[in-house]
Every structure is written in C-alpha cells, then in structure tokens.
Ligand binder design. Sequence first.
Ligand SMILES: N[C@@H](CCC(=O)N[C@@H](CS)C(=O)NCC(=O)O)C(=O)O
Length: 203
Amino acid sequence: MKLYDYPAGPNPRRVRIYLAEKGIDAPLVTVDLMKREQKAPEFLEKNPIGSIPVLELDDGTCISESVAICRYFEELHPEPPLFGRTPLERATIEMWLRRVELNFMMPVGMVWIHGHPLTARLVKQIPEAAEQNRKRVHLGYKLFDDQLATSEFVAGPDYTVVDAVLLASLDFANGLVGVPYDDGLTHLKRWHESVSSRPSAEA
Ligand SMILES: N[C@@H](CCC(=O)N[C@@H](CS)C(=O)NCC(=O)O)C(=O)O
C-alpha cells in the first residue's frame, strides 16, 4: 500500500490527520506538485484528475479523493469511530463534510486559483472571482462558528473526520491562501486551538 502525498497540500493532510487519529501507519510517497508530477502520464493512470492524495493498494487499485480514502480505512479499522456509529451520527457527519467541502473549501480553492501569485502562471486569473469567493469563505467561517457555539466539535460532542478535514482546510485558508478568520469568531478560535493541540495536527 502507498499513499501519494505532498507535505504542503491541504487535501493529503486531511488523510494524514485522520490516520494519526486512528493510529494507522501508511507509507507515504511524495508527488512534487511544484514539478507538476501529478500530471505525468504514469500518475494520470492512478488518478485521471491528476491530483493527490491517492491511495494505491497492493494489487494496484487506486482510490483518490481524501474523504473516500478515509472511508476506506474506516471500513477496515472501525475503532475509534470517526464516521459515526448511529444513523443520525453518520448523517450528521456527512452533512458537515459536504458543508466543509461546498461552503468552505470550494470558495477557498477559488481564492487560491484566482487571487494568489503562486497560481498566476497556471490560469488566467479573474480577480473578481477571488473577491466574491473571499466573502463566501467568511460565510463559511461564520457557519462553523455558530455551530461551535453549542457543540464541542463540528459534528457533535466527539472528534470526527469532519474535524480533521476542516482543520487541514482552515489552516490552508488561514496560511498560504491568506484568508484568515476574524478574531471575533471566538467559538471557531476555541475549536481551532483545541484541535491544533492534538498530536494528530502535526501530521
Ligand atoms: N477533492 C480532492 C481534491 C484534491 C486536490 O485538489 N489536491 C491538490 C493538493 S491539496 C492537488 O493535487 N492539486 C494539484 C492539481 O490539481 O494539479 C480531494 O479531496 O482529495
């Protein structure tokens, strides 16, 4: 088994944080995004989208998409449960995973693509798209802050895969992308400090 990874990428970090929480070791293979190795023909055979992370099984089968990779490990190692136990917990986790993806990571990605100097050589940037999506990122922060006002973790009282996925996404948005959340979002800040202090955050 091999997990194709890139240390600075938020999506592979989601999987590394999740695996650290589960206590699972997976051998990492670095794909250098700066050298565009993810678009090499031999890598496109593993994932036609040309992105990482990708989990390659011993028989050569490849699974891409960070959450799909986490789900695969969850089926093999159900304890501790990070995708919920009951129908309600599972549905709640799915709901928040989609919110993180669609209401937060998608606009973060648009700010990254259309507003960051590092991506300027890859696409014809549309500054208005970056500006519009900056606002959507802040709406996402507010959504999480409101939820965390009454909930210890994003999807309820226990740490779940949603916390791993949001931490990696939020650190990317706050850091490299340059869209930090406002200090006034005290519940989000409390959660951020709490999940960042777990050993898994080092992954
Ligand atoms: N939805 C995918 C997103 C994967 C993704 O965009 N990965 C980034 C690294 S964080 C990547 O490979 N970017 C390079 C590219 O798309 O060319 C997932 O959750 O795994």
